[in-house]
Design a binder for this molecule. Structure first.
Ligand code: FAD
Length: 486
C-alpha cells in the first residue's frame, strides 16, 4: 500500500478516531480544527473550582475507544461500569431507580409501576434481538456499498425486518408492551432522545438503545468524559498525527471531480485525500461552494438541540445519581413543541448529570457540579436570550418542586449553552446534537455516506453522517472511512 498524505477537517471524536486509524495504517495525517483544543462537542471547562464536561455525559461501548488506544499500543481507558443507569422522577412523586442489572431493574420497575417483571425483561430481550440483527448492517457497514447487500447477514436481517419494528413508532411499541403503565411507556420512550429524535415518530427499531445500557453497559471514564479526548489525542500524537489548532479550513480544493487538497485563507495545501469531520451541511455549503449538493440529504429534519445550564451547587443531594431525569407530565406535548410547533415547552423534561458523584475532584467539598439540560428544537433564528431566561425559570421551578429544595439559592456559579452557541462552537448546523433526526422510517438511508459519490478522495466522518450521532456511532463512522484506505 502506498502511504498517502491525508488532511482531516475537524478534531471531533470522529476526526481523531479516523486520524488514529489512518496513521496506524501508515499514512501521513494532519488534523485541522478551528478551535484551540481537540474534542469538538466533547469539551470541558472550569468555573469557580467546578469542572464541567460541556457536551456528552453518557458513555457506552468503551471497546470502540480501546480499539483506538490499542492501535497506539496504549493501555485501555480506565472506567467504572455504572450500577445505577438513571434515577427517574415523575411529577406524581414516583421515583424509580434504573439498575443496570436486568433482574434488579425489572423487580424495581415492576413494583413501582404495577407491571409484571416478566414484561419488562421481555422488552429488554426484544432490544437485544434488534441489536443482534441490525448492528452489523446499520452501524458497522456502509449502507452505500453494494458489498453490504451481498452479505448473508444483510439478507437475514432483511427477512427479519417485519419483526424489527420498522413499521410502528417507538411509542406505539412501548404502549403495546405496557398498556397500563404510562410511567414505563415514558421511560422507554425517552431512549429516542439518545439520538435527538421523537418517540412518537421514530421507528420502534430504536428500542435497540436500552440494550446498550442494560446489557452492554454504561460507564464513567476515570476523570470524566473529557479523559476520552485526552487519551485519543495522546494516541494520535504517538502515531505521529500532526494537529493544527486555531485554524479554520476555508475550502476543499477540487479539480475535475478529484480532491486536490485544502485552502486555509489564501494558502493552498495539497493532499492525496481529505476527510471532513465538519458537519456535512457546512462541508457542502461552506467548503465545497462549487460542488453539486445532495439536497435530499441536506434538507432532512435536524435532530433536537438543547439548552444547558452548568451550575455549581453549594450542597449535595444524596437522592441523585450520575444521571437523573425529571419527567414532564405530558411527553407528547413536549415533543410536539420541539419537533412540530418549534417552540419552547413550558414543562420540559429535565436531565441532570452530576459527574462529581463519581469524580470528587469535579466540585469543591460538599458541593456538586450540575449539568442541567432540556431538549429544544434546533436553531432557526430564535431569540435564545429570551428562550434561556424562560427555560431557566421553568427548570428551577420544576427541580425545586420535585426535589423539595430551593434550587435557585443553591447555585453559586453558572454558564449557559444554547443551540446557536453549539453551532458557533462546534460547527454543527442548527446546533443539532446528533446531525439529522431519526424520525423517518428510512432515516438510516438518508444520512450522507462516509465517502463522496461524486468527488474522488473525499470522505466524511462524525455524527452528521452514516451511521449517525453520538460517541459510539461517530467512532464507527471513522472505522468505515478507514476501511476505504486499507
Ligand atoms: P464534533 O464534535 O461535531 O466536532 C467537529 C469539529 O470540527 C469541531 O471541533 C469543529 O471546530 C471542527 N470544524 C468544523 N468545521 C471546521 C473547519 N472548516 N475548519 C476547522 N475545523 C472545523 N453523545 C453521546 O454518545 N452521549 C451523550 O451523552 C451525548 N450528549 C450530548 C450532549 C450535548 C450537549 C451535545 C452537544 C452532544 C451530545 N452527544 C452525546 C453527541 C456527541 O457529542 C456527538 O455526536 C459527537 O461528539 C460528534 O462528534 P463529531 O466527530 O461529529 O465531531
Amino acid at each position: 500500500m502506498k502511504a498517502k498524505k491525508i488532511a482531516i477537517i475537524g478534531a471531533g471524536i470522529g476526526g481523531m478516531a479516523v486520524a488514529i486509524r489512518l496513521a496506524a495504517q501508515g499514512h501521513s495525517v494532519e488534523v485541522y480544527d478551528k478551535n484551540s483544543s481537540p474534542g469538538g462537542k466533547l469539551s470541558q471547562f472550569w468555573e469557580d473550582g467546578f469542572r464541567f464536561d460541556a457536551g456528552p455525559s453518557l458513555f457506552t461501548m468503551p471497546h470502540l475507544v480501546n480499539e483506538l488506544l490499542a492501535l497506539a499500543e496504549m493501555p485501555p481507558l480506565a472506567y467504572e461500569r455504572l450500577e445505577v443507569l438513571c434515577q427517574y422522577f415523575y411529577e406524581d412523586g414516583t421515583q424509580l431507580t434504573a439498575w443496570a442489572d436486568v433482574e434488579k431493574f425489572a423487580a424495581e420497575a415492576a413494583a413501582k409501576t404495577n407491571t409484571a417483571a416478566e414484561k419488562i425483561k421481555q422488552h429488554l430481550a426484544k432490544s437485544a434481538f434488534i441489536y443482534q440483527h441490525t448492528h452489523r448492517i446499520f452501524l458497522e457497514s456502509s449502507l452505500h456499498r453494494w458489498r453490504t447487500y451481498a452479505q448473508f447477514s444483510t439478507l437475514k436481517a432483511a427477512l427479519r425486518l417485519p419483526f424489527l419494528g420498522m413499521g410502528q413508532s417507538l411509542h406505539q411499541k412501548n404502549v403495546t408492551q405496557f398498556p397500563h403503565s404510562p410511567h414505563l411507556q415514558q421511560l422507554f420512550d425517552r431512549f429516542a432522545t439518545y439520538n435527538g429524535s421523537n418517540p412518537y415518530q421514530t421507528p420502534a427499531t430504536l428500542l435497540v438503545i436500552p440494550h446498550l445500557e442494560h446489557h452492554l453497559g454504561a460507564y464513567f471514564p476515570e476523570g470524566g468524559m473529557y479523559s476520552i479526548v485526552e487519551k485519543l489525542y495522546e494516541a494520535a500524537q504517538k502515531l505521529q498525527v500532526k494537529f493544527v489548532f486555531d485554524t479554520e479550513v476555508s475550502e476543499i480544493l477540487v479539480q475535475k471531480n478529484n480532491v486536490q487538497g485544502i485552502r486555509i485563507g489564501t494558502e493552498k495545501i495539497a493532499y492525496d485525500a481529505v476527510v471532513s469531520n465538519s458537519d456535512v451541511y457546512f462541508t457542502y455549503h461552506k467548503l465545497l461552494p462549487h460542488a453539486a449538493k445532495p439536497q435530499r440529504i441536506l434538507s432532512q429534519e435536524r435532530s433536537s438541540s438543547a439548552i444547558i445550564f452548568y451550575w455549581g451547587i453549594d450542597r449535595s443531594f444524596p437522592q441523585l445519581s450520575l444521571h437523573n431525569i425529571f419527567f414532564t407530565q405530558n411527553y407528547r406535548a413536549e415533543f410536539e413543541a420541539i419537533f412540530t410547533e418549534k417552540k419552547l415547552y413550558d414543562d420540559p423534561t429535565v436531565y441532570v448529570n452530576i459527574s462529581s458523584k463519581y469524580a470528587a475532584a469535579d466540585a469543591p467539598p460538599s458541593c456538586e457540579n450540575w449539568f442541567v439540560m432540556i431538549n429544544t428544537t434546533a436553531h432557526n433564528k430564535q431569540n435564545w436570550i429570551e428562550w434561556v431566561a424562560t427555560a431557566r425559570k421553568a427548570v428551577i421551578a420544576k427541580l425545586s418542586r420535585m426535589l423539595g429544595a430551593d434550587i435557585a439559592s443553591c447555585i453559586v456559579c453558572e454558564r449557559v449553552m444554547h443551540p446557536l452557541l453549539i453551532q458557533e462552537n462546534t460547527g454543527s448546523y442548527a446546533g443539532a446534537l446528533y446531525g439529522n433526526s431519526s424520525n423517518k422510517m428510512l432515516a438510516a438511508f438518508l444520512r450522507h455516506p462516509n465517502f463522496s459519490q461524486n468527488l474522488k478522495n473525499l470522505y466524511f466522518c462524525g455524527g452528521s453522517v452514516h451511521p449517525g450521532g453520538g460517541i459510539p456511532l461517530s467512532l464507527l463512522s471513522a472505522k468505515i472511512v478507514a476501511d476505504n484506505f486499507s
